[in-house]
Design a protein around this ligand. Structure first.
Ligand SMILES: Nc1ncnc2c1ncn2[C@@H]1O[C@H](COP(=O)(O)OP(=O)(O)OP(=O)(O)O)[C@@H](O)[C@H]1O
Ligand SMILES: Nc1nc2c(ncn2[C@@H]2O[C@H](COP(=O)(O)O)[C@@H](O)[C@H]2O)c(=O)[nH]1
Length: 382
């Protein structure tokens, strides 16, 4: 049992018009079912930190959950509204436009999976963005087929649109590879501990080394409003497909196994033993890639420029579509003095300052569907 909450439980009544959050001192409470989520805590005289406690109305217990995801920075106050009973929308007062909307996932599929792994209460923070935050792109294919080359071309042409999910690996760095940029190079025992702690979206043993995508790596990209690209093997793609991350899955094929071997050898990064192992694994990956039903698209990387054009086309990046998508996601410029409520599928932010009221600019209405948070972690419940 945790500490008693700093508010009177009887106060936590849900009122009739959909407003289900109450502010008590420096904390805000939102009730979903039997649970009341208490968010906030005094940081210093002028700011609040965003701690989370869960009060269970059925048992009368208060617990501090495991909190996943990057925690929002402290703020001058907050408002909260529950969305679909699985996430709480938090609006931070007096924060910058790109930092004022956050989601606390309390019962999404991802959180439920994490609760099972951890055996205790779990919640997860994700930053909200307005506008597009499109589905992540998972790119798989045998070693040496050109995945990294194609991804580099995409990142170079569209730097503000895409962000690379930096994987963890236990393999040794190649001479030009930088820790934290190409991979997070790590010790096996450290990675195994982190896997146990539920920090990874997926992982696999690939060519004799552990590789994995941490939840933080994907969130580091989606938090910036960019579209996340994952370069992972077929086993990893299968795990992501089964997870709550809604993505587009692309498999890249070589024109032939001979050409694949030529590319691997000419890259000059592997020992002879490694090359043979990778070519052996390539045969299995080719079979699985083309027949497993995981992949939405299969591309042939024979001529590099042609393959890149096909990749852009299927990502909607050819011609006019690309120009529209290049625009940055929008933030919301919120004054410190406001209140938040929910009506049907709309979030209504009432900015209470006299000047704004006079100018009839005191209401901001947001369509819930235009808000992306935890960007693509969706609930796949029917
Ligand atoms: N279409 C192509 N034609 C000829 N060479 C290519 C083509 N695409 C990529 N290459 C070359 O093939 C080599 C392997 O490419 P790359 O490193 O991008 O493969 P990869 O799929 O990312 O491999 P890994 O899975 O091992 O990381 C590189 O030297 C790259 O320059
Ligand atoms: N399942 C995962 N596979 C990954 C991840 N990061 C990379 N990879 C795949 O490993 C092989 C080998 O990569 P290399 O850099 O050693 O040549 C390649 O097929 C990658 O797609 C990951 O996080 N998870």
């Amino acid at each position: 049992m945790g500490e008693a909450p700093a508010f009177v439980v009887d106060d936590l009544l849900q009122n009739q018009d959909g407003f289900d959050s109450k502010s008590k001192g420096c904390k805000i409470t939102t009730t979903i079912g039997d649970k009341t989520y208490v968010i906030g805590g005094e940081n210093d005289e002028s700011t609040l930190s965003l701690e989370v406690q869960i009060f269970d109305k059925a048992t009368g217990n208060c617990a501090t959950p495991i909190v996943l995801g990057a925690k929002p920075s402290s703020c001058k106050g907050l408002s909260a509204v529950s969305l679909n009973d699985d996430r709480i929308l938090i609006v931070k007062k007096g924060s910058t436009p790109d930092d004022c909307i956050w989601f606390l996932e309390v019962d999404t599929r991802f959180v439920r999976e994490q609760k099972k792994i951890q055996g205790t209460d779990v919640v997860a923070w994700s930053r909200g963005a307005r506008g597009y935050a499109e589905k992540p792109v998972v790119i798989s294919g045998p070693s040496g087929v050109g995945k990294g080359t194609l991804i580099s071309m995409l990142m170079k042409e569209f730097p503000s649109m895409f962000g690379f999910s930096v994987s963890h690996t236990t393999r040794a760095p190649r001479c030009m590879e930088k820790d934290g940029v190409h991979y997070h190079f790590t010790e096996r025992s450290v990675m195994e501990k982190e896997l146990k702690d539920g920090k990874f979206l997926e992982h696999a043993l690939v060519h004799g080394n552990l590789y994995g995508t941490s939840i933080e790596a994907v969130e580091a990209v989606t938090d910036t409003g960019k579209r996340c690209i994952l370069d992972i093997d077929v086993q990893g793609a299968r795990s992501v497909k089964a997870s709550s991350l809604e993505a587009i899955f692309i498999f890249i094929c070589p024109p032939s196994m001979e050409e694949l071997e030529t590319r691997l050898r000419s890259r000059g990064t592997e020992t002879e033993e490694q090359i043979l192992k990778r070519l052996q694994n390539a045969k299995k990956e080719m079979e699985q890639g083309q027949s497993s039903g995981i992949f939405d698209h299969i591309l042939y990387n024979d001529n590099l420029d042609e393959c890149y054009e096909s990749l852009k086309k299927l990502l909607g990046l050819d011609g006019a579509a690309a120009a529209t998508q290049r625009s940055a996601p929008q933030g919301i410029d919120l004054p410190a003095d406001h209140s938040v409520s929910k009506m049907d599928n709309k979030i209504i932010i009432n900015c209470g300052t006299a000047e704004l009221k006079k100018a009839s600019k005191n209401l901001i209405v947001l369509d819930v569907s235009s808000l992306k948070g935890g960007s693509s972690w969706t609930d796949k419940r029917a």
